[in-house]
Design a protein around this ligand. Structure first.
Ligand code: 5U1
Length: 676
């Protein structure tokens, strides 16, 4: 067949690209494309070479098993080459594999397969002599690997000595070294906190950790090993099936995959694939597919190998969790709490089983860390239910017209100032109740049980009222009429009247509820109570400066700053005035100089778990009323508050005759004193 020049050029380009990617992946541990793209390029070259065999060259990446070995570790020659696996990307390709197996074996019936999750890690070979680990090697190029014995020895799930009697004189066990999801996330957090480079995925982290020159570093990395094959000099000493081989390996002290299964024919394999795919996100480690192996070792031997893979095994790949795409723009979204988050608008890409066109960039620090520009090509990762992440920018593909990302000074929704508190990564719109993006959340919070407690005004009705523009700020709630509400779909006369009554009933709240209902950042229920007890009215709080606010228990510099900023905003003042105009009158409290301190001079001890608030909140509320909270019970203790599972402090109180309040009594006690 005539070889068109563009085909030769394409094959050459593919070979160059694949060699470069192999080098980055295997030698540098810095992949610049996701596996799926590598697979696509690889398959394209394979297809060209099979259509035009004259294209095949000795150095074609399709002819090698893996990448090159890095030369900084001692070389190890694999006595039995460490092959890779062929891939199936669809049910049809899997059925085709099974058909080839049966045809080659000349079997009419079904072949039994073992299925094992394909862990996303690094293949390693472990040599034991007289039961003792003597050598561990990476796969390298499949023929020559690297001696990583010292690093492997640091992995707790690798037996340094095999268990049991009758151990073979020499045995080689192979498996995958991987990093569980949780350990990976923790490691990246630690690296980020130290300002070091993070890893793009758990497999990369495992590879980087195994390549450490200093085994002490490897020892700190959360690596695990899962064994998946065994080889003996004398194969006749092995059991007859792969399944039994793995049971033997397990008896020697290795971890094998608990999700293994076995069954007849392609359809059993496909059922195992479906079942594992549904479990994928819940597994504690990442998998990129499922491996099927002919169970009988005799049949495996009959089938043999092709150049780079056994004929008796295949990896049925899951949808890729990493892809490449372009950043079309970066926009800033205002969340329900006012957080201003940069979001990358992406060229749509299919990843992790869905089409992704947006990815959160979290904050400006993250953009700086990634060095992300509009126009960049980026590595997107979507593992499980997690929102898609941009994990790396391919700076080498940055176009000349790429532009830097600049955060706006004002809120894109309400034009209020965007504020970033020093030391915090998140920037926030300061519009509060006034900002359209925060309106729904502001109303939901205002109406919630712990705030104004407006019964019947749930999220569903809030959405409808906001969508139909009937309510813009919380003050508008008090203008709603039965006639107006009746016009809403599925709102009858009775519900409308109940809702109007519930709203009206909220016109005389306790002061702390009203403060809490305003939704000032970081002013929770306990702080609202402390503020109410200290100041007695809203006016003094609105006028207080940071210093006087910090005189309130539970209020530190950050909270004081939020309170001052809140009351400084003209639109927040307007909303409060509108609420007063609508008839809202909070109950003021008599306060002594320095705040109402009805519990001054008393000492309380908290023990056990309270269901309604945590220990810090309970402490803050007692302190706000002037009480001291102590960690130990003595005769001088005024009372002990005993939650669930209270232990020795409760017994001590009982033995000393100190009064004890359970949670119900404590809540009633607080309510009484806070109203006092
Ligand atoms: N679970 C599993 N992963 N894995 C990877 N089994 C398995 N077997 C492999 C590889 C490369 O290779 C043998 C089938 C040769």
């Amino acid at each position: 067949m005539n070889l068109p020049p563009e085909i030769s050029r394409r094959a050459l380009a593919l070979r160059d690209q694949l060699n470069e990617h192999n080098y980055r992946y295997y030698v540098l541990d810095e992949p610049s494309i996701p596996d799926v793209e590598y697979d696509r390029l690889f398959r394209e070259l394979q297809a060209l070479e099979s259509e035009y065999p004259e294209l095949l060259t000795e150095d074609s990446p399709t002819r090698r098993v893996g990448g090159r070995a890095e030369n900084s570790f001692a070389e190890v020659q694999h006595r039995i080459p460490m092959l890779s696996l062929d891939n199936a990307f669809s049910a049809d390709e899997l059925r085709e594999f099974d058909r080839r197996v049966r045809e080659r074996l000349d079997i009419d019936g079904e072949v039994e397969y073992v299925s094992e999750p394909k862990l996303d890690g690094l293949a390693v070979s472990l040599h034991y002599e007289e039961g003792v680990l003597r050598l561990a090697a990476t796969r390298g190029d499949g023929f020559t690997g690297e001696d990583i014995t010292e690093n492997i020895r640091t992995i707790p799930s690798v037996p340094l000595r095999l268990r049991g009697d009758n151990l073979p004189a020499v045995v080689e066990v192979r498996g995958e070294v991987y990093m569980p999801k949780e350990g990976f996330a923790r490691l990246n957090r630690e690296l980020e906190a130290r300002g070091e480079k993070t890893f793009v995925n758990p497999r990369n982290a495992a590879a980087g950790s195994l390549r450490q020159k200093n085994p002490r570093v490897t020892a700190k990395r959360p690596l695990e090993l899962c064994a998946y094959s065994v080889a003996l000099e004398d194969e006749s000493l092995l059991p007859d099936t792969h399944w039994d081989c793995l049971q033997l390996v397990k008896a020697w002290g290795f971890r094998i995959n608990p999700q293994m299964g076995r069954g007849p024919g392609a359809e059993a394999c496909l059922a195992a694939y479906d079942a594992l795919l549904t479990q994928r996100d819940a597994l504690p480690y990442e998998i990129d597919g499922i491996v099927f192996k002919v169970n009988s070792l005799k049949l495996q031997r009959d089938l043999g190998f092709v150049s780079r893979a056994p004929r008796w095994a295949i990896a049925h790949k899951f949808p890729a969790q990493e892809e490449l795409t372009e950043v079309l723009d970066v926009e800033f979204q205002v969340g329900r709490t006012g957080a201003v988050t940069p979001v990358a608008r992406l060229k749509p890409v299919f990843v992790g089983g869905v089409t992704v066109s947006n990815a959160t960039l979290h904050n400006m620090d993250e953009i700086a860390r990634l060095d992300l520009h509009v126009g960049d090509t980026v590595f997107i990762r979507r593992a499980g239910d997690v929102i898609p992440q941009v994990v790396r920018v391919l700076a080498e593909r940055r176009p000349a017209d790429a532009r830097a990302v600049i955060r706006p000074e004002t809120c894109p929704v309400c034009d209020s100032e965007i504020v970033q508190v020093e030391g915090e990564a998140v920037a926030r719109c300061s519009g509060g109740l006034y900002c359209g993006a925060q309106r729904r959340e502001a109303i939901r919070h205002y109406a919630s049980r712990k705030a104004m407690d407006i019964e019947g005004l749930g999220e569903k009705w809030i959405d409808i009222l906001v969508d139909q523009d009937k309510v813009q700020t919380v003050a508008d709630l008090y203008r709603l009429t039965v006639d107006e509400l009746k016009t809403l779909d599925r709102m009858g006369e009775k519900s409308a009247s109940n809702l109007v009554n519930a709203i009206a009933a909220s016109r005389a709240p306790e002061l702390w509820r009203f403060i809490y209902a305003l939704g000032i950042r970081e002013v929770g229920e306990a702080t609202a109570k402390a503020l109410a007890n200290h100041f007695g009215d809203l006016g003094p709080i609105a006028e207080a400066d940071e210093d006087s606010l910090q005189a309130v228990p539970d209020v530190g510099p950050v909270v004081a700053d939020h309170i001052v900023r809140f009351f400084r905003q003209a639109h927040n003042q307007e909303t409060i005035a509108a609420l007063q105009a609508a008839g809202v009158r909070w109950k003021t409290l008599e306060v002594a100089a320095g705040g109402a301190q009805p519990l001054a001079g008393s000492t309380y001890v908290l023990t056990g778990t309270l269901s309604g608030m945590n220990r810090d909140e309970a402490k803050a509320q007692l302190e706000a009323l002037g009480a001291k909270v102590s960690g130990s019970v003595s005769k001088k203790t005024t009372a002990v508050v005993a939650g669930e599972a209270a232990g020795s402090k409760l017994s001590k109180a009982e033995s000393l005759g100190v009064p004890v309040m359970d949670e119900t009594a404590f809540m009633a006690f607080l309510a009484t004193h806070q109203q006092a």
